[in-house]
Design a protein around this ligand. Structure first.
Ligand SMILES: [Mg+2]
Length: 393
């Protein structure tokens, strides 16, 4: 599923947050035209893009501010940092972000709940309201968000896309600009339902590629993927144990499993890791951690011994453990050809395992000592269920 996260009345909200005297008052940011206005201003008929002289005529007590973009950027940076705690891939545009959660259903069984959590953390930590729309693709997630702005949360379930779109006016279709929609209005086409009557050949003849894209969008399809342009700072996998344990085989198995999961994420991103950090937490909440650096690698067998050694160095008290984590960081981008002689065999093995898992799910192959865990942790077709979310940030 894709999350569309949109800051409500962004510039104006930041100004109201920074100066409490502005709260509850109509505020507009911009020069010449409104770049952003508060919901109090919108209630008076103001909108983004409206010339300021017209806005002041409609709303004489409007507070007009020039805007300070360096400050606004700090606020979005803080919000996107919160989203990155959860989202494996993310794309941001000014005050909007698309977060791609595809394939994370096994970590986040309830996406609405995750949406609530993100909204709460943004409000508590940054002080701003964001609207979250959740759906099977980018376009639908944005439509979901728009339908509940401001300060809203909505999930359009997979399969409900078409029903959502049919009654909408054609202007709401992403990619339908004012000129294009005027063209269809002239043809007496007003809703998406009516738009869908137009054959694709006609749309392509009229508008070329745009016509073909609109044909797809009117059916709720949007194949653009969310791109993560940045290399993540770290990849972590951690878990809280169902029952605290001191069993060496079980802990070894769990570490093998966590490393396996983290390394798989690393290989998917085409990275090699240099620094490994291991953390343990005892049942009495005492926490210890340690890190080590190794030669850059993408292979479990070169990471696991260091991870296991650190775990046993850390685990010195006669108290059971309830939490175990591994964090990979200090990444190198893998050379495209790779070195066949260096680590060819193991690398090919792991690539083969990754391919099987892509096809049959993470539970299809269990590596090494993780087999010890069978029956001890809940297992499903997605692999063992980690009890805390994994983070790639
Ligand atoms: Mg916004």
């Amino acid at each position: 599923m894709v999350f569309h996260i949109d800051v409500d009345a962004f510039f104006a909200s930041v100004e109201q947050l920074r100066d409490p005297r502005l709260r509850g008052r109509p505020v507009a940011v911009g020069s010449g035209v409104i770049a952003s206005c508060s919901y109090e201003a919108r209630a008076r008929g103001l909108a983004n893009g409206m010339p300021l002289h017209q806005a002041l005529r409609l709303c004489p007590d409007l507070v007009v501010l020039e805007g300070r973009h360096e400050i606004y950027r700090c606020f979005t940076a803080a919000i996107w940092e919160i989203c990155r705690r959860y989202a494996p891939a993310m794309e941001t545009f000014l005050d909007e972000a698309f977060c791609d959660f595809s394939g994370t259903e096994w970590i986040y069984p309830d996406f609405l709940d995750l949406g609530r959590r993100i909204r709460r953390e943004v409000r508590d930590e940054v002080g701003l309201a964001v609207t979250v729309g959740i759906a099977s693709n980018r376009m639908m997630s944005k439509i979901a968000a728009k339908s509940v702005k401001p300060d809203g949360l909505r999930l359009i379930p997979r399969g409900a896309e078409e029903a959502e779109l049919l009654p909408l006016p054609i202007e709401k279709l992403p990619g339908m600009g004012p000129k294009t929609s005027a063209l269809f209005r002239d043809m007496n086409v007003r809703t998406v339902r009516e738009f869908r009557e137009i054959p694709i050949e006609t749309l392509v003849a009229m508008l070329g590629k745009v016509g073909a894209a609109l044909h797809e969008r009117a059916r709720g399809r949007d194949t653009r993927v969310v791109r993560e342009d940045e290399v993540p700072k770290s990849i972590s996998r951690e878990t809280t144990l169902h029952a605290p344990t001191a069993d060496r085989a079980e802990l070894d198995g769990l570490m093998c499993y966590l490393v396996d999961r983290a390394m798989r994420a690393l290989r998917q991103l085409g990275l090699r890791v240099r620094t490994i950090r291991v953390s343990i937490r005892y049942s009495d909440w005492v926490q210890e951690e340690r890190s080590a650096s190794i030669a850059p690698t993408g292979i479990d067998e070169e990471v696991l011994p260091a991870a296991r050694r650190m775990m046993w160095e850390l685990y010195t008290r006669r108290v059971t453990l309830r939490h175990l984590g591994v964090v990979l960081s200090n990444f190198r981008i893998e050379e495209p050809q790779g070195n066949l002689f260096e680590d060819g065999k193991l690398k090919r093995l792991h690539e083969a395992v990754d391919r099987i898992r892509d096809k049959y799910g993470d539970g299809a192959v269990i590596l090494g000592r993780a087999i010890e865990l069978l029956g001890k942790l809940e297992n499903d077709s997605y692999g063992y269920v980690l009890r805390t979310p994994s983070l790639t940030k």
